[in-house]
Write a protein that binds this ligand. Sequence first.
Ligand SMILES: Nc1ncnc2c1ncn2[C@@H]1O[C@H](COP(=O)(O)OP(=O)(O)OP(=O)(O)O)[C@@H](O)[C@H]1O
Length: 174
Amino acid sequence: MTDRANPNILITGTPGTGKTSTAAQVAALSGLKHICVGDWVKEHSLHSGWDEEHQCYLLDEDKVCDALEDLASEGGCIVDHHGCDFFPERWFDLVVVLQTDNTLLYDRLAARGYGPSKVQENVQCEIMMVVLEEARDSYREEVVQALRSDTAEQLEANVSQLVAWIKQFQAQHA
Ligand SMILES: Nc1ncnc2c1ncn2[C@@H]1O[C@H](COP(=O)(O)OP(=O)(O)OP(=O)(O)O)[C@@H](O)[C@H]1O
């Protein structure tokens, strides 16, 4: 059992499933720190250049883990990222995988201005449940939880559930 007073939660899922929306609200309501890995990579230059094909920075996994180690060890982090297999397993008390209906996800990504191939690649990733599989391969079964994120009501319910889970963790580790 962890000796952290506050839990670390990883919120993962295909781009567009609602990680940042969920993590930001959970952080605001719980007082935990929201770490959007994509933003950290840009702000702290934790990358090894620009990926022209995918139009994003090439994340340097070792640099990201080194940069987050102290915060994660302390606890109280809500980490938001579309991948999950390179973080140390010991960091997370709960790994949430958000899932969205393919048609809804298509519309969300297209509304963002993603090009057809990027939309298709991400929708395919969701259909194949790539991130859920990655989470199940990387963390203990009891730590991984899949949550639907199709509607605003589900977003709200997921946030409430996670805030309640955090309070329970804090009470058990006080
Ligand atoms: N459960 C939901 N119901 C309806 N709309 C949602 C839901 N979750 C997120 N959205 C909307 O979908 C879009 C993408 O959400 P968000 O940026 O939180 O996703 P993300 O998974 O963090 O994406 P990325 O990995 O690219 O950062 C936003 O416009 C957001 O308002």
